[in-house]
Design a protein around this ligand. Structure first.
Ligand SMILES: NC(=O)c1ccc[n+]([C@@H]2O[C@H](COP(=O)([O-])OP(=O)(O)OC[C@H]3O[C@@H](n4cnc5c(N)ncnc54)[C@H](OP(=O)(O)O)[C@@H]3O)[C@@H](O)[C@H]2O)c1
Length: 363
């Protein structure tokens, strides 16, 4: 079996999970190189990995480069992907910088695997919130079409990287020690019990994560929607290759460590019924469907799992062909690391079927 030299860029929440997923799935690894801003040894589940400092020369003889580095607002791929591609690597990027570019396929392997064939050296992993939503709706879309999606997301703090995870632990410990929901470090913008109540605003600083719910992920963009909310719209349109779906969302950060939860309301194009939607969900690849409405998936139960878990399917009693779903998935697995490694596996399978010359032509 052909083996592939792989580079992993970034060893934060997503990069570490990538190392786990590569190992668990027995990815046909030749050489594995790991890069971050600074060199050190790291331990992942009892196994030692050497991390090197990234340089433009890091990608020599690398077949596949999995990027999971955050550089300020941008991903590390902005700076290093061009060199990696020039060295002959195929880049799979977790960041949001290239996803909407017309020459960059945006791929969820169960949904649009064929799109990878159009790559020119770079393939983008969609946003975690988008991935679990399109996977939950994929077969419903293919069978009945979708006219509208209204999404409310309840997103885990690990989605904002390792610093946010540390912050949630610290705030929780501080607040618990003081027996108040307020952590001392966040006094200004959580003190809503005093005369500041009227003036309280997230503009005064980053709001406390612990014991809170924050309806802002990313920065504010067009029409008062956040960048995260626009990602769920534009990325879904691109993945389904259908911008006629009317999508609108509210994305909320909640004090959960891992796994995003989503309340998804959708209207199908064709007439259907609850029974048919149930049957489709039962057969959907990568989806685990909870039929009993009183038995539903939770973030704590889905951490470390690969699938997208769907439950609480209900009809809108007032509007025909409209339904609700509750959808939970590990944002670091299917929302990031697993999806990226599945794309890498697709590349390997394409390589198996085509000659190196064909692949060079795709590049
Ligand atoms: N977390 C999620 O659920 C999620 C989901 C989907 C997509 N993503 C995307 O995945 C990427 C990584 O997210 P994360 O949550 O893992 O972030 P993170 O926990 O903050 O970790 C970031 C990692 O990137 C490394 N890094 C930063 N700048 C770099 C550079 N110039 N060159 C090489 N490495 C660099 C850091 O290196 P040091 O360790 O040396 O500082 C660190 O290891 C981001 O683009 C994010 O938007 C995240």
């Amino acid at each position: 079996m052909k083996k592939y030299s792989v580079a992993v860029v970034g060893v934060g929440m997503v990069g570490i999970e990538m190392l786990r997923v590569l190992k668990e799935r027995n990815f046909p690894l030749g050489e594995l190189r790991i890069f971050a801003r600074s060199a050190r040894d790291i331990d992942v589940d009892g196994e030692n990995y050497a991390v090197k400092t990234i340089t433009p020369e890091s990608f020599k003889d690398i077949d596949i480069a999995l990027f999971a580095g955050t550089e300020g607002e941008k991903g590390a791929a902005v700076r290093f992907a061009p060199q990696a591609i020039k060295s002959g690597a195929i880049v799979i990027d977790n960041g949001g910088d290239f996803r909407l570019r017309s020459d960059v396929p945006l791929v969820v392997p169960e949904v649009n695997p064929g799109a990878i064939k159009r790559h020119k050296g770079l393939i983008a992993n969609p946003n975690c919130t988008t991935i679990q939503m399109v996977l939950a709706l994929n077969e419903i879309y293919k069978r009945f079409g979708l006219e509208q999606i209204i999404l409310s997301s309840f997103q885990a703090v690990s989605g904002a990287g390792k610093k946010a995870v540390e912050e949630l632990w610290e705030e929780t410990k501080e607040a618990a020690a003081r027996r108040t929901p307020h952590a001392a470090r966040q006094k200004i913008n959580t003190d809503i019990s005093s005369e500041k109540r009227g003036a309280w605003s997230v503009k005064r600083g980053a709001p406390q994560l612990a014991f809170n719910a924050i309806p802002q992920i990313g920065s504010f963009g067009e029409q008062g929607y956040t960048t995260e909310e626009w990602k769920t719209v534009k990325e879904t349109h691109k993945i389904f290759e259908d911008s006629s779906i009317r999508i609108t969302s509210t994305c909320v950060r909640v004090p959960v460590f891992v796994s995003h939860s989503e309340a998804i309301y959708f209207k199908t194009k064709k007439n259907t019924c609850l029974k048919e939607i149930e049957e489709v969900l039962k057969r959907s690849e990568g989806v685990v469907f909870f039929k009993d409405p009183q038995d539903f998936p939770l973030p704590l139960g889905t951490q470390g799992k690969d699938e997208v878990f769907v439950g609480r399917l209900r009809e809108d009693p007032f509007n025909k062909d409209c339904f609700w779903l509750w959808c939970v998935s590990d944002n670091l697995r299917k929302g990031a690391a697993l999806n990226a490694v599945q794309i890498a596996e697709l590349i390997c399978s394409v390589r198996g079927e085509t000659s190196d010359k064909d692949l060079d032509a795709q590049h």
